[in-house]
Design a protein around this ligand. Structure first.
Ligand code: HEC
Length: 96
């Protein structure tokens, strides 16, 4: 049982190391978002908690925010894949 758990953990670590199955939180760190944002404090940009509150219940928010980051319109342009941006924005919008 223990060996199986170890294998699962090692595979997870490898996947993270090679950039597969990155969680939104990983992307936020890897892409430097946290240099300008914090979860619950305003830094250069607004706290992610406040962003989540602002867009609560807004179904189009995720797509609009991904586009904003991707094209650099009204936000610093972020060099990341669509999948990474979607994961990052998903994590931002679920910040509590
Ligand atoms: C160079 C600093 C900087 C970096 C790096 C940065 N941001 Fe921002 N961000 C800002 C500023 C300033 C604002 C406020 C202006 C605005 O609303 O666009 C902002 C606003 C936002 C908003 C709210 C936009 C809105 O329309 O309400 C989101 C979501 C966001 N950032 C996500 C991210 C994500 C995700 C990353 C990393 C991929 C990131 N930011 C990286 C500075 C930054």
């Amino acid at each position: 049982m223990r060996a199986i758990l170890w294998v699962v953990a090692a595979a997870g670590a490898l996947a993270a190391g090679y950039g597969f199955a990155q969680s939104g939180a990983d992307v936020l760190k890897a892409k430097g978002c946290m240099g300008c944002h914090d979860t619950d404090k305003k830094k250069v940009g607004p706290a992610f908690k406040d962003v989540a509150a602002k867009y609560k219940g807004n179904k189009g928010a995720a797509g609009a925010l991904v586009a904003k980051l991707k094209d650099g319109k009204g936000h610093a342009k972020i060099a990341a894949s669509d999948a990474e941006l979607k994961a990052a924005v998903g994590a931002v919008l679920s910040t509590k």
